[in-house]
Design a protein around this ligand. Structure first.
Ligand code: ACM
Length: 530
């Protein structure tokens, strides 16, 4: 009895073996077929498949122009990405030659590619990335990564082959501003955690990191002239944990690292509301001269700087001056949302005094869209965070401001807020704007989103990630992936490429990359992962 069962097992195994053997060549062929040139997020502006694939080999060199240290650095970055999985040495060389991975910067090849565009041509003996500016080379490198098998993202040697389909991609962004915001106030995130997120953002050609540096629950950046903001105001977070703050050196390191990934940092100091951490740190910022206790809950709208007091503007100027001096980017975000404890007249008076301080230190104001209810400074940018239930008058106010020259960043809360739950079962996040599933996050058009807004007024899109319920990198990743790539695509890709079915298939192919990178993403059921 026993023996005959064993025999049957053996026979079955043999039969299975036959089946497996027969299936292998087909599986190999499938694995070896290069990723199609259009299976990239964000969707490239133009894709023309042609000719034979290029295959990376042990002798492949990365050829960079000799006259650009930045191109050489991007070459080194690419080599660093590809070496662990391929096991190839991939030397970066400034020696001329037409084979290998070739970077070209400027010249005739780069016409029409602008500040961030690139052209990638693959086939035969080379894959060439051309760009007018180093940022374009960097974005081209991100595309090149996605054209290689997902296993290229692993940290240990993999079998390959490492083929890149033949043809040409020509690609430029739809919008100049493609942002992601991280709330480091509700929960503090270390420099290392911020860098990890920056690397994730850069893969999808996000070019702006907005850091929400202050709120009721924590002040996160050292200010020399008001030291207690960080040492006391930064000493806690939601739930009562230890909080933390960035020293100026830490912040500079974030700015430097972001720049190495072609992201610009936009610092936000939220005023006049969302200021309990500052009010708790300095009694003189309060109208009654009494410092409130530190706050570790999640309510909003209860705090306000004292609008009539001169001290308030000494404070605002010192903070703006010190942060502007640390920030190479052009924007400084002054918040302005949910100032429910500030009268409308006080709010407008406050903004009239603070916006010129931003200009005084050479920066351009960004404010949450409530700024459009005051008097936005010339050149100011408003960040729209309304949602389907936002009333018509409020939308109209934003549209009117846009007609008057205020440019807009679109972050509709029921589309672009990465902290909204996917559905009722999502263990993290909030739901005040509703549930935002993957399709909802992707399936809208920034160009036509707000009625009456001139197309040219839209500077771009941003995906904010508020952290009342999020305290680890794994938490951030669970909320950002797979929705963040959708917002990134809305920011980069031409409107004519917009198509949920195509996007869904391209998104499904990202899962294996995130697995290889150790990204803790949510396997949303609507995506159809392989
Ligand atoms: C915001 O969500 N309060 C900008």
């Amino acid at each position: 009895m026993r023996r005959s069962r064993l025999l049957i097992s053996l026979l079955l195994a043999a039969a299975a073996g036959t089946v497996t053997t027969a299936a292998v060549p087909q599986q190999r062929a499938a694995a070896a077929a290069p990723v199609p040139l259009d299976r990239v997020i964000p969707a490239p502006a133009s894709v023309r498949p042609a000719g034979t694939a290029y295959t990376l080999g042990a002798g492949t060199r990365i050829r960079v122009p000799g006259n650009s240290a930045e191109a050489r650095r991007i070459g080194g970055y690419l080599a660093g990405l590809l070496r662990p999985a391929t096991g190839y040495p991939l030397p970066v060389t400034t020696r001329g030659g037409a084979d290998g991975i070739v970077f070209r910067l400027g010249g005739r090849d780069a016409r029409g590619l602008g500040a961030e565009g690139y052209r990638l041509t693959s086939g035969g003996r080379a894959v060439t990335i051309s760009a007018a500016r180093p940022a374009g080379l960097f974005h081209g490198v991100q595309t090149l990564r996605q054209l290689l098998p997902a296993a290229v993202e692993k940290g240990t040697r993999q079998p390959g082959p490492w083929r890149i389909a033949g043809g040409t991609i020509s690609d430029t962004p739809r919008y100049a501003y493609r942002g992601a915001m991280l709330d480091v106030s509700r929960h503090f995130f270390t420099v290392g955690q911020v860098k990890r997120y920056i690397d994730q953002l850069a893969q999808y050609k996000i070019n702006t990191l907005h850091l929400h540096l202050s709120d009721d629950q924590g002040w996160r950046i050292a200010i020399d002239s008001w030291p207690r903001l960080a040492t006391y105001g930064g000493s806690t977070q939601v739930g009562g944990g230890p909080g933390g703050h960035y020293t100026k050196a830490d912040y500079r390191e974030i700015v430097r690292y972001a720049a190495s990934r072609y992201l610009t940092v936009v610092p936000e100091i939220d005023m006049p509301g969302h200021t309990n951490a500052a009010l708790a740190s300095y009694a003189e910022l309060n109208c009654d001269g009494q410092a409130p206790p530190l706050y570790t809950g999640t309510k909003v709208g209860f705090s306000s700087l004292c609008v009539p007091k001169k001290t308030t503007y000494d404070f605002a100027e010192d903070v703006i001056r010190e942060i502007a001096a640390l920030t190479p980017g052009r924007y400084l975000h002054i918040g302005g949302d949910e100032a429910h404890s500030t009268s409308h007249a006080d709010y407008a008076a406050f903004m009239d005094k603070v916006q010129p301080l931003v200009a005084k230190y050479g920066k351009t104001v960004i404010g949450w869209h409530q700024l459009t209810g005051a008097r936005p400074a010339k050149g100011a940018v408003a960040q729209y965070w309304g949602y389907d239930r936002t009333g018509a008058p409020e939308r109209q106010q934003v549209a009117d401001a846009a007609k008057n020259g205020t440019r807009l960043i679109l972050s509709p809360a029921d589309r672009a807020y990465l902290d909204m739950k996917y559905d009722k079962d999502t263990p993290l996040g909030l739901n005040w704007a509703g549930y935002v599933d993957v399709r909802r996050a992707y399936d809208w058009d920034p160009g036509g989103y707000l009625a009456g807004v001139p197309a040219g007024a839209v500077l771009g899109v941003e995906a904010p990630l508020w952290t009342e319920t999020l305290s680890t990198s794994a938490n951030l990743e669970y909320m950002a992936f797979p929705r963040l790539p959708g917002i990134a695509e809305l920011g980069w890709s031409p409107a004519r490429t917009h198509d949920w079915t195509s996007y869904r298939a391209r998104l499904a192919a990202q899962g294996a990359r995130w697995d290889a990178q150790g990204i803790h993403y949510y396997r949303a059921p609507e995506v159809g992962w392989p």
